[in-house]
Ligand binder design. Structure first.
Ligand code: 5GP
Ligand code: MN
Length: 335
């Protein structure tokens, strides 16, 4: 399919969602081969929605290649079909379209070679924008998996237990176990449907939340020793040396920021991690009052109102002061 033949999903507001779903399904029906990608350092929503999208395409009789820039975290490797996800730095091939899930920009994929493809951008980030050729952005969706669920239903495909398992994982992890901002009544209705359709909530919870490596616990201990508190702000960090000493993997940093946020009276929290090359990865979290996506976006990153991230230049103390200054200022302005 040539790009010029393709439907334009930008029609605003008039039943926007179903218009976009239809436009996406038209592209899926017309094409034969698809590339399915998500952001680098994939999380539960990235992995689960890619796998479900792959299974939807398979049911439609299409070919799909699933590619991410980084290996998928160990806790998601047991998901149905997970072994098929390839890790690559560059993509190429005779694809009719590339389906990008959960990416608020092309750069977030950290994949080279995507530019020439007809890109379907399916996202739910506050920082999401219409950067693709066909865009469906639903900031209300608890996960991109929820959007894939709507595609599966609209396509008339079968919601298999395998798809339900992948999609339940996206909802569970992107709401932090039904704890965060995007959790609403509809989220529980979706979870209920997915369980009725074969997702096992106990098994999935165990796979995701009760499968930590011993190294992760060691790393958490190191991070907690750095914990600092200042009024409504809390922060903690991990140096590259800590990573080496604890023998931790990158994915073992997942969730550490929540320990800082869990303190009573803390409104926003930051976790900083020194990368091997000296730059600093930041995870920002808020309880709802402070929009951390705004702060992360201003620093070159993005995310959701309650959960966002970015990467800054080192050294660590400089990145820390930079983000804290912005957060103090925003807290003062919002008060
Ligand atoms: P985390 O702190 O768990 O890495 O990320 C929290 C949220 O912020 C996720 O939705 C993630 O996609 C988004 N995020 C994290 N880092 C970045 C970044 O560097 N750029 C953008 N655009 N989004 C990010
Ligand atoms: Mn997500």
């Amino acid at each position: 399919m040539r790009a010029s033949d393709s439907p334009n999903g930008n029609t605003p507001f008039v039943d926007a969602q179903s218009t976009e779903v239809e436009a996406i399904l038209r592209v899926l029906r017309e094409g034969e081969r698809f590339l399915v990608c998500s952001h680098s350092r994939p999380d539960g929503d990235a992995v689960g929605s890619m796998l479900a999208m792959g299974m939807l395409l398979e049911q439609m009789g299409k070919r799909a290649d699933l590619v991410t820039a980084d290996r998928i975290p160990a806790v998601y490797r047991g998901l149905p079909g997970a072994a098929a996800i390839r890790t690559a730095m560059r993509v190429h091939g005779p694809y009719d379209a590339a389906i990008l899930l959960e990416c608020d920009s092309l750069e977030r994929t950290r994949l080279l070679g995507l530019e020439p493809f007809y890109i379907l951008n399916i996202d739910h980030h506050a920082s999401g924008s219409e950067w693709g050729r066909l865009n469906w952005i639903d900031r209300e969706a608890a996960s991109v998996g929820e959007m894939v669920y709507r595609l599966v239903k609209a396509a008339g495909a079968t919601m298999t237990p395998e798809i339900a398992t992948c999609l339940y994982t996206t909802v569970l992890t992107d709401t932090g176990g039904f704890l965060y901002g995007a959790t609403r009544a509809a989220t529980f209705r979706l979870a209920q449907k997915l369980v009725e359709e074969g997702a096992d909530p106990i098994q999935i919870a165990q796979d995701v939340y009760f499968s930590s490596s011993p190294a992760k616990m060691k790393l958490l201990g190191m991070a907690l020793r750095t914990l600092q508190l200042e009024e409504e702000l809390a922060w903690l960090w991990i140096t590259h040396e800590d990573m080496v000493r604890s023998n931790a993997a990158e994915e073992d940093c997942e969730g550490i920021v929540n320990y800082a946020l869990s303190i009573a009276g803390v409104e926003a929290a930051v976790f900083l991690r020194e990368l091997p090359e000296g730059r600093i990865r930041l995870s920002l979290r808020g309880k709802g009052w402070l929009n951390v996506a705004e702060i992360a976006t201003a620093l070159g990153g993005g995310g959701h109102e309650n959960a966002a991230g970015c990467t800054l230049d080192g050294p660590l103390h400089q990145a820390r002061e930079e983000v804290l200054d912005r957060m103090r200022q925003r807290l003062m302005e919002t008060r």
